[in-house]
Design a protein around this ligand. Structure first.
Ligand SMILES: C[S@@+](CC[C@H](N)C(=O)[O-])C[C@H]1O[C@@H](n2cnc3c(N)ncnc32)[C@H](O)[C@@H]1O
Length: 316
């Protein structure tokens, strides 16, 4: 465990988005007007009530872990893992400043890569947020020692990639399925013009959706079911956001299909025009279904420029 008093993180404005503040059990501070950012609130909302111990990998300043031990679950243990020392040290200092002493004891700060600082049976839940899908998969051990998550005894994953492009999420969902995890909760959020799909997958969950065809892994099935079932009800933010998300990615995939056919597209990337065309059709059909079901809006899409590095460096 890393204990490093004396780092400089404690003043407002050093970090975009939310910052530790007004949490239950937190020692009041003069500038405690911030709460966990809406993006990270979506992650916190999917951490199961019965979670006993959680690891947040790529925890940065450990805001999520602090929020979880401070505001929600008495007795929960949380391990904040990051491969960079400085943000962890800053998080440790913030915890000492702002959390009640008993809560600080529930937190552990570990320097390391991905799952490697964890030992077997230590945590039942792992969160990864604020990275692209390929980084999340690397962190979770895809391509490494097979079944590492299972060996560790991780029952639940809560994942929130930046850039929730259907093709990327398809890869993530397929991998989860191959590892025996089933998606049992999904939320969509739109924060500062950017879409986030936060996914909870559980090893022991009942099958929540069956995947008879490839198409089923491209779309967030639980969100779409709710959107189609509740469509038409006024002020249904989730259904509207979902339509916006689909419309946005439809525009993006149409552009992508054109780019792949353009003369400037390298030959090795043209092979994939089939997937781009498939996605255009899938998303077009989804827009039609949602509109037919009474979902309105959807013209204004996300503002994301789809460059993953930009998205990671400017997380809301
Ligand atoms: C953009 S921040 C996201 C922080 C936080 N999870 C959030 O969503 O706001 C990504 C963090 O992940 C850490 N990170 C990236 N790859 C990692 C890995 N393989 N193991 C541990 N930490 C990693 C980085 O050092 C960085 O602090």
């Amino acid at each position: 465990a890393l204990f490093c008093p004396g780092s400089g993180w404690s003043t407002a404005g050093e970090r975009p988005g939310g910052r530790l503040g007004r949490l239950h059990g937190v020692v009041p501070s003069p500038d405690a007007e911030h709460v966990l950012s809406p993006r990270l609130q979506a992650v916190a909302s999917l951490v199961p009530r019965d979670c006993r111990a959680i690891a947040d990998i790529g925890a940065d300043h450990a805001l999520l872990c602090m929020d979880l031990v401070a505001s929600k679950r008495p007795g929960l243990r949380a391990v904040a893992i990051d491969r960079n020392r400085a943000p962890l040290e800053a998080g440790r200092k913030a915890a000492l400043q702002h959390l009640a002493p008993g809560m600080v004891k529930q937190l552990d700060f570990r320097l390391g890569d991905g799952l490697s600082p964890l030992s077997e049976g230590e945590v039942d839940t792992v969160c990864v947020a604020g990275m692209g899908v390929s980084s999340i998969l690397r962190v979770l051990g895809a391509g490494g020692e097979p079944g590492r998550l299972g060996t560790l005894g991780v029952d639940t994953l809560v994942l929130q990639p930046v850039s929730p492009r259907p093709a990327a999420l398809h890869g993530l969902r397929k991998w989860l399925d191959s590892q025996g995890y089933t998606i049992d909760a999904e939320v969509i959020s739109r924060v500062k013009g950017l879409f986030y799909i936060t996914t909870r997958a559980r090893r022991s969950a009942e099958k929540s959706f069956i995947a008879p065809g490839e198409g089923d892994f491209f779309l967030p099935q639980l969100i779409r079911r709710r959107a189609l079932a509740g469509a038409g009800s006024e002020g249904d933010d989730e259904a509207e956001n979902y339509l916006r998300y689909v419309s946005h990615h439809l525009r993006w995939e149409k552009g992508n299909a054109c780019r792949k056919r353009g003369a400037s597209c390298p030959a090795n990337k043209r092979d994939n025009t089939g997937q781009a065309d498939f996605l255009v059709q899938l998303l077009e059909e989804e827009v039609i279904a949602l509109r037919a079901g009474g979902v309105t809006g959807g013209e204004a899409g996300g503002d994301e420029d789809e460059d993953e590095e930009d998205l990671v460096s400017s997380l809301p």
